[in-house]
Design a protein around this ligand. Sequence first.
Ligand SMILES: [Zn+2]
Length: 140
Amino acid sequence: MPLFAFATTPMTSELPKHVPTSKAAKTSFLQQVRQRLMKEYDAVTKRLSTLMDKGKSMWEEYGNKDEENAAEVSEFQDTLSMEKNLEKSKADLEAALQQVDAGTYGKCHTCGKAIESERLKLAPAATLCTSCVLKAREQK
Ligand SMILES: [Zn+2]
């Protein structure tokens, strides 16, 4: 199951190829971005609460047999790591929404240049431009 829905979900409205510069066009671009971020945020929040319910009931149904427990523990750990990833996506989406409101959306956190709109299309919560992502990967 993909963790990041935005990479696989087809978008209902295509974003323009480049972040527009005129004020009116920019406002409508940001409105589209905002709508998408909100949608993703809702989806992530829902998935997270489903997952947390699942984790809770798994914990309550904790079996008495050892071999059963081993399987349950590993499933429980999977759920926890999925939960962690979703929490991260949620935080990223929240940050992106704040940036939209603050008028700083779409700027690379490292070099300050505009993030490619193609990249924002795939990952609306992206905080780095492609070249900074590549540089960060090389350093790892
Ligand atoms: Zn950059």
